[in-house]
Design a protein around this ligand. Structure first.
Ligand code: C5P
Length: 227
């Protein structure tokens, strides 16, 4: 069977990464979480006081993009690759609600997107990759053999995200999470550069009422039919 590129796009907290990770494992493919890369840039911006409550120095961030080196290292115990910023493991701190709050404005900057898209295309040049994000099927790999567009109701998504954050020990309210999910979706879908849209040839899957096993089964069948 030939190795293909699988692009999984969709709104925030549709469970894309859970599915993409497991799919990659089944197929023995590389999995790349592109959201983690935008979160890494956001983390850099926050650490260097380029974004925060009431300020956003986007021009300064653009000037400093060369200082940002993002890598992934596979963690055997966890079974997936963790993200590193300039050799520092930032897998945990990039998942906070604070980073989630600033990431969509950061992701509107074309220079940031250009840098990350270039790196993503390099990672997928030998195929055998599952990549999830917002613009994978439209911009990063417009020729991907299999494109999936995941959806679920905003409430279902906020519930999932809320549960996940609580389990990780974050102290926040459901309303804060719902507000973050809907705000990010709005910014991501309306930005000028690479807005979140379903590619014409993407297959839409609403997973509000689907188990993880059901989704994996469907995706494995689809992947087999394309390989
Ligand atoms: O996937 P995740 O929710 O971690 O992504 C965080 C944010 O990164 C998204 O809300 C979006 O603003 C941005 N993003 C993007 N393009 C991608 C992946 C993520 O703009 N390919």
């Amino acid at each position: 069977m030939s190795r293909i590129v699988i692009a999984i796009d969709g709104f925030s907290s549709t469970g894309k990464s859970t599915i993409a990770k497991q799919l990659a494992k089944h197929l023995n493919y590389i999995y790349v979480d592109t959201g983690a890369m935008y979160r890494a840039v956001t983390y850099f911006a926050m650490e260097n006081e380029l974004i925060g409550e009431g300020f956003f120095h986007s021009e300064k961030l653009i000037e400093r993009l060369d200082e940002i080196h993002i890598t992934f290292k596979f963690n055997e115990a966890l079974g997936f690759a963790e993200v590193y910023l300039n050799n520092k493991n930032i897998e945990k701190p990039i998942r906070t609600l604070e980073v989630s709050k600033y990431v969509s404005p950061i992701a509107t900057i074309s220079e940031v997107r250009q840098k990350l898209v270039e790196q993503q295309q390099l990672m997928g040049k030998d195929k055998g990759i599952v990549m999830d994000g917002r613009d994978i099927g439209t911009v990063v790999f417009p020729d991907a053999e299999l494109k999936i567009f995941m959806t679920a109701s905003a409430k279902t998504r906020a519930q999932r995200r809320y549960k996940e954050l609580l389990e990780r020990g974050h102290n926040l309210s459901y309303d804060e999470v719902l507000e973050n999910v809907t705000t990010r979706d709005r910014i991501d879908s309306t930005r000028e550069d690479s807005p979140l849209v379903k590619a014409d040839d993407a297959i839409e899957i609403d997973n509000s009422d689907l188990t993880i096993e059901e989704q994996i089964k469907t995706l494995l069948e689809l992947a087999e039919s394309k390989a």
